[in-house]
Write a protein that binds this ligand. Structure first.
Ligand code: G3P
Ligand code: MG
Length: 250
């Protein structure tokens, strides 16, 4: 997985797929990211009530599918029937919530698998994610990321060779939001909220040897500035715009 350092442009990660133009976290959004020429996709995964790892961002199914229920309380037999595309645009009616395994198999791109769990014990999510990566033979294309340090530690213990990234935001504890927990977590990359990615911070993290991919950056001018500051990747909803901006610079 390239770091983007000193290169013409950073890695462009399509956040939840090409989610400005297609419904987030769907196969359609991942396929579009591939057609656009993104280097990788970012997707969110969590466990549904029957134990499958599904690709979905919110705790509730409502916003994107219209179904009044929580992911953790709804079995796959129900979720698999939901329409994850029509609320975005009628053109995407019939698009489904994918299983992680199907999403991994459906793309050739790099995949940043964000493990979404607020729980210390994670109910087996990390182990289920690792099994999906193994079954699909996608280990060479996968970067695991999480806001949850326990998930990162669990992934390190269970599958040490799979690269991991620490996600953090402004509200995180001091140690997390300055990337200071990274050595203890054994991550190769830091994924800060864009507001934390000052030039100084990016340079410091890069000096310490981490790949750095801020999120979510949709302004091409900001993306170019981040690359100048040393960012090795950018996580964006609009990979097409960022790729155009980077291409225009050469
Ligand atoms: O990978 C960055 C980003 O996905 C983190 O925030 O809430 O969009 O999953 P969120
Ligand atoms: Mg995410």
């Amino acid at each position: 997985m390239g770091t983007g350092t000193g290169t013409r442009r950073p890695l462009v990660w399509a956040h939840r797929g090409a989610s400005r133009q297609a419904p987030e976290n769907t196969i359609a959004a991942f396929a579009l990211a591939e057609r656009i020429g993104a280097d990788g996709i970012e997707l969110d995964t969590q466990l549904c009530a029957s134990g499958e790892a599904i690709v979905f961002h919110d705790e509730s199914l409502g916003r994107t599918t219209g179904f009044a229920g929580l992911v953790a309380e709804t079995p796959w037999s129900t979720i698999r029937e939901l329409d994850a595309g029509a609320r975005f645009d009628a053109r995407f009616a019939g698009e489904r919530v994918p299983l992680l395994e199907d999403a991994l198999a459906a793309t050739k791109l790099l995949v940043n698998v964000e493990i979404k769990s607020d729980r210390r014990d994670d109910r087996g999510l990390t182990a289920t994610v690792l099994a999906a990566v193994r079954r699909t033979g996608s280990a060479s294309r996968v970067l695991l990321s999480s806001f949850n340090p326990f998930c990162l530690l669990r992934a390190r213990a269970q599958e040490p060779s799979l690269p991991r990234a620490l996600l953090f935001e402004r509200d995180a504890t001091f140690l997390l939001r300055h990337g200071l927990s990274a050595p203890a977590l054994g991550v190769v990359a830091l994924h800060p909220e864009d507001g934390l990615a000052t030039d100084q911070a990016v340079a410091r993290w890069r000096r310490r040897g981490y790949a750095v991919s801020p999120w979510t950056v949709d302004d091409p001018v900001r993306a170019v500035a981040l690359h100048r500051a040393g960012a090795s990747g950018i996580i964006t909803n609009v990979p097409d715009r960022l790729l155009q901006a980077f291409a225009a610079r050469t």
